[in-house]
Design a protein around this ligand. Structure first.
Ligand SMILES: [Zn+2]
Ligand SMILES: [Zn+2]
Length: 133
C-alpha cells in the first residue's frame, strides 16, 4: 500500500465569520443536502445546506463563541453567539455532526446531491428546485 493521500486523509477546515468558531474534518465528507424545512429556514434565514462528518473525524479547533440551541426534542443547533453564523446540526446521540457547507473553507470538493423537505420551502423562492437523485 502506498501512502494514503486520497480523500481518506484529506483535511478540511472551516469556521464562522468572526472566527470565534473554527473546526477541521479528516477524510470523506458526505455530499451536500439542502434542507428546506421550516426550522432550517428560520435558523439560517434561507435553507440549510449541509455536509456531514462522523464525530471521530471532526475536531473543534476554536469554540470560544460556540453556543448550542436545543431546537427540538430530537436535535440541537450550533451557532456563533458573536457573528451569528449557523454552523452545526446534531441529532441527539448521533455519532455524526451536520456542518453547514458554506462555513467550510474553499475548495470543499463537495457537490449538492439532494433537496429535502422541499414542500416546506419559503414561498419567495423564484427558482424551481430540482429533485436530484
Ligand atoms: Zn463567529
Ligand atoms: Zn431542516
Amino acid at each position: 500500500m502506498s501512502e494514503d493521500n486520497s480523500e481518506h486523509s484529506r483535511i478540511r477546515t472551516g469556521g464562522c465569520l468572526c472566527e470565534g468558531v473554527r473546526y477541521r474534518t479528516v477524510g470523506d465528507l458526505r455530499d451536500v443536502i439542502n434542507c428546506f424545512c421550516s426550522q432550517c429556514r428560520k435558523t439560517t434565514g434561507h435553507h440549510f445546506a449541509a455536509t456531514s462528518c462522523s464525530l471521530d473525524r471532526f475536531e473543534l479547533l476554536q469554540e470560544s463563541t460556540l453556543h448550542w440551541y436545543v431546537s427540538s426534542s430530537k436535535a440541537r443547533r450550533g451557532f456563533c453567539n458573536r457573528c451569528g453564523s449557523s454552523l452545526f446540526w446534531q441529532r441527539n446521540g448521533a455519532d455524526y455532526i451536520s456542518i453547514t457547507a458554506g462555513t467550510l473553507d474553499k475548495p470543499t470538493g463537495l457537490k449538492t446531491t439532494s433537496n429535502i423537505f422541499v414542500e416546506d420551502m419559503g414561498d419567495y423562492h423564484d427558482l424551481p428546485v430540482v429533485e436530484h437523485q
